[in-house]
Design a protein around this ligand. Structure first.
Ligand code: HEM
Ligand code: CA
Ligand code: MN
Length: 337
């Protein structure tokens, strides 16, 4: 059936629902003035991390999920240990929130979904609006820590939103466009894979390689050895890649771009509405542009081969990959923005 579109008051755009109209101006403002004209840089990465830290604030100890509480009750929630550094993006987003008419929860989720559309290889993420503003902060301990055990992590996600074991792996696809500023504060902007500005499967290759070095200092809580200079590895990612409950799903993403995009879209759709009744929200997903394609293949970084893989999935051998040419390289940091 044909869907009738409404003309927006801006005189330029049309939308399936008039409530989506105000997002066009917000989209342009964010793309130009927060995301540096469509980059997949630090502000995009931090905006995605913020969608998670707001949404996961829910469970048997309370919290409203994706309700903007992390920004509305910033003084309380940013003091939680697992939210270290998240104040940076909250404060960068504040002027945009002030300039546009949108609830805080809607804003946080929209900014993340829009930002990810700048990353080559990413799926189009859905956008819903209509979340009421939070009336209370989330409790502490809802956001997983990189030093948590797999048991603790799986239990937290189950409690927050009935996420299954494979869905937890799907959520960690996010770490393909990610870096850490505070795990080792001596090397801010150190990425989790060699392509932090591409939504590719390299993260799943590189987390399976044997760790041999600390890119900065040793002894940081939640960090384990990584295979590459300039790359940092979280203990939680290391363990999820090797635990018998999660290792095969983890490995299944290696060089499987289609599955990567499909599963991240599915699990983000669930995460982005936590604490809300999706049937009471309005779907404005049409605001999200088709992300640039990723046409490459996963590879072993230069100097690495299948001999460096710590094979953890018992059922399936590690996929065959080419090795990048040349001598071992180091990974460049994500520039601060
Ligand atoms: C077991 C679950 C998770 C743990 C333990 C975890 C932990 C972390 C840590 C420690 C950092 C580095 C923070 C810093 O030092 O700057 C980080 C970054 C990040 N995380 Fe996660 N995370 C988890 C799940 C997720 C999920 C579900 C998402 C989104 C769906 C996400 C998105 C990100 C992004 C995009 C960054 C990079 C931020 C930047 O580059 O500035 N994470 N995560
Ligand atoms: Ca990547
Ligand atoms: Mn950062």
């Amino acid at each position: 059936a044909l869907t009738r579109r409404v003309a927006c008051p801006d005189g330029v755009n049309t939308a399936t629902n008039a409530a989506c109209c105000s997002l066009f101006a917000l989209r342009d403002d964010l793309q130009q003035n927060l995301f540096d004209n469509g980059q997949c840089g630090e502000d995009v990465h931090e905006s995605l991390r913020l969608t998670f830290h707001d949404a996961i604030g829910i469970g048997s100890n309370g919290g409203g999920g994706a309700d903007g509480s992390i920004a509305i009750f910033e003084d309380i929630e940013t003091a939680f240990h697992a939210n270290a550094g998240i104040d940076e993006i909250i404060n960068e987003q504040k002027p945009f929130l002030a300039r546009h008419n949108i609830t805080v929860g809607d804003f946080i989720q929209f900014a993340g979904a829009l930002g990810v559309s700048n990353c080559p290889g990413a799926p189009r993420l859905p956008v819903f609006i209509g979340r009421p503003n939070a009336v209370a902060p989330a409790p502490d301990k809802t956001v997983p820590e990189p030093f948590d055990s797999v048991d603790t992590i799986l239990a937290r996600f189950a409690d927050a939103g009935n996420f299954s074991t494979v869905e937890v792996v799907w959520l960690l696809i996010s770490h393909t466009i990610a870096a850490a500023d505070l795990v080792d504060p001596t090397i801010p902007g150190t990425p989790f894979d060699s392509t932090p500005e591409t939504f590719d499967t390299q993260f799943f290759v590189e987390t399976q390689l044997k760790g041999t070095l600390f890119p900065g200092t040793a002894g940081n809580q939640g960090e384990v050895e990584s295979p590459l200079q300039g790359e940092i590895r979280l203990q939680s990612d290391f363990e999820l890649a090797r635990d018998s409950r999660t290792a095969c799903e983890w490995q299944s993403f290696v060089n499987n771009q289609r599955k990567l995009t499909n599963r991240f879209q599915a699990v983000f759709t669930k995460m982005t509405v936590l604490g809300n009744d999706v049937n009471s929200l309005i779907d404005c997903s049409e605001l999200i542009p088709e992300p640039p394609a990723f046409t490459g293949s996963a590879t072993f970084p230069a100097g690495f081969s299948v001999n460096d893989v710590e094979q953890a999935c018992e059922a399936t051998p590690f996929p065959t990959l080419a090795t990048d040419p040349g001598p071992v390289t180091s990974v460049a940091p994500v520039p601060p923005s």
